[in-house]
Design a protein around this ligand. Structure first.
Ligand code: ZN
Length: 313
């Protein structure tokens, strides 16, 4: 019955799917109560974190940013006491079938009425759907969608849907092999550049802002148009940590993980090589190199500029 990866074989798959489907519609808790009413301090913190200066979110007639919807339902460290076991059971079933990895895939919100300071929040959540077995680039598994209905002073205020994929990874690196980058349509250009020994930075087609890491759109102007420019490969160590623990099979501690500020102004997380890690310093001038990790994998790394190693700081 079982597949070689621990997932159910073809004969068991239909029965297994029916067991998963039986969780659809089951609540993940009893009616939840927001830990705080909608309030201006939380709105202000959110707006500062998001860099959102919209005047609608401030002053005596303030409303909450619609995308804060889920924030009013969050349990904090003390958690809600009203969780049901349904979601944990469903997760356990998927784990036992070999779908042990999880990735959050997307979230959808629907807004039915503005939220204002003083509104008291209640909500309930159900497992809305479990998909058939799907094969994705990450691996094969099932999408699980949870729907939360949120009320303000007992009136419907909005709906929040949250979807995860529970999956069996398509390819685990052999023990001791450096993890592979996940290459997708948003970052494929970057990795194509690495293959040519070029470090490419995205440039917004709308406002010209350079950005790194690669993203589908511009945080500044919202444009989805872009081209790429090649970094000159010169930079400085903006910040760093030296990794000692925990040990990972593919890595040989201690090693320096650094945030490199490139001459173009953007920053990239990489390794500093070619120098003992206790000599890495903030402000150290570094230059791009390409490190061949194994037969398939090359990575951009940074080495101190000749003659400067150890002389900074
Ligand atoms: Zn832009």
């Amino acid at each position: 019955m079982g597949g070689s990866d621990g997932s159910p074989g073809a004969r068991g798959a239909g029965e297994f799917f029916q067991r998963l489907k039986a969780y659809e519609g089951r609540p993940t808790g009893t009616v939840g109560v927001g830990k705080d009413p909608v309030n201006l301090p939380m709105i202000r913190h959110w707006c500062e974190a998001m860099g959102d200066a919209n005047p609608a979110y401030d002053g005596p007639d303030a409303v909450a940013p619609p995308t804060m919807l889920q924030a009013w339902t969050m349990s904090g460290l003390s958690r809600h006491t009203d969780r049901s076991s349904a979601y944990d059971e469903l997760s356990g079933l998927l784990d036992d079938a070999g779908y042990t990895s999880v990735v959050a895939t997307d979230c959808e919100q629907e807004y039915l009425r503005p939220l204002r300071p003083g509104d008291e929040i209640t909500f309930d959540a159900v497992i809305e759907s479990v998909s058939e077995r799907k094969t994705t680039k990450l691996g094969t598994g099932h999408f699980v969608t949870t729907r939360m209905d949120i009320r303000a002073n007992e009136e419907p205020a909005g709906t929040h849907r949250f979807r995860i994929l529970k999956y069996a990874p398509a390819r685990r690196p052999p023990k001791g092999e450096r993890p592979r980058p996940v290459i997708n349509r948003d970052n494929a250009g970057f990795w194509a550049g690495v293959a040519d020994h070029r470090l490419l930075i995205q440039r917004c087609g709308g406002c010209g802002t350079l950005r790194f890491p690669w993203l589908p759109g511009c945080n500044g102007c919202g444009s989805a148009q872009w081209d790429a420019v090649e970094s000159c490969g010169v930079g400085t160590v903006f910040s760093y940590v030296v990794m000692h623990h925990p040990p990972f099979p593919a890595f040989d501690p201690p090693y320096a993980v650094a945030l490199i500020e490139l001459a173009e102004g953007v920053r990239i997380v990489s390794n500093v090589v070619g120098v003992p890690c206790d000599e890495v310093r903030i402000g150290m001038p570094v230059r791009l190199e390409f490190l061949r990790v194994d037969g398939e994998l090359e990575l951009p790394v940074f080495a101190p500029v000749q003659g400067v190693a150890g002389g900074v700081g």
